[in-house]
Write a protein that binds this ligand. Sequence first.
Ligand SMILES: Nc1ncnc2c1ncn2[C@@H]1O[C@H](COP(=O)(O)OP(=O)(O)OP(=O)(O)O)[C@@H](O)[C@H]1O
Ligand SMILES: [Mg+2]
Length: 239
Amino acid sequence: MARIHEKPANSACAAAHSPALELHELHKGFDSAEGRVEVLRGVSLSLPRGTSMALTGESGSGKSTLLHIAAGLEQADGGRISLAGQDMTRASDAAQAQMRRGQVGLIFQQFNLIPSLTVGANLAFQARLAGCHDAGFTERLAARLGLDGLARRYPEQLSGGQQQRVAIGRCLAARPALVLADEPTGNLDEATGDAVLSLMLALTAEAGAALLLVTHSPRLAARCDGRLHLRKGRIEASP
Ligand SMILES: Nc1ncnc2c1ncn2[C@@H]1O[C@H](COP(=O)(O)OP(=O)(O)OP(=O)(O)O)[C@@H](O)[C@H]1O
Ligand SMILES: [Mg+2]
């Protein structure tokens, strides 16, 4: 099947040899009725470009919290986050927002498509926001994702697997250097989930993007290049 990338993924501005994502001694706690709960107690990890890393851990261990902090959706209490070599903790809010718009793609368990937009408009949405929409590229990506002929439908007219493939396409159309995916196949049956993960792994590898995949499934985790386990607020390497 034809490759979709005629030029290397994203950002000329990114430092070419820096890891896509580095977390250094991240701390995060939440106040609850029972007092403060320290969820992340010094989490460090480094995710090289072009590699896939699975992140597992019990429910409530802080996987989504870690992803949200990496994506800038939540603030850490302490620690350092670098995207493509750029220290987010030192950057201005505007610089952080610009970096994240251009460099980071998010995929969630609930596909989070925009219901009032067609598949075609959903696919282009993120790339338009990032100012790098390329109609030809998005069309080739849609074809690779098996979405040909669906561009004029609305999300509610698609199956779950099709919706998640649109969400993956929307993310990759903006050519992010880092894809953060939180249980992206959690709402899909096993066969559909396997197929969706295969596409995600192939397309992010082709794009030279790094993938951090939160999953409960050891079987899916085994398909990534590396595996990390979150336990008691810290990262353990897992086999
Ligand atoms: N906004 C919040 N306010 C208070 N507590 C929170 C908040 N967000 C998360 N938590 C708590 O932080 C802990 C970690 O939550 P998180 O959602 O990161 O876990 P998770 O590993 O993603 O779990 P799951 O596998 O069930 O998705 C949980 O105890 C949760 O209740
Ligand atoms: Mg979660």
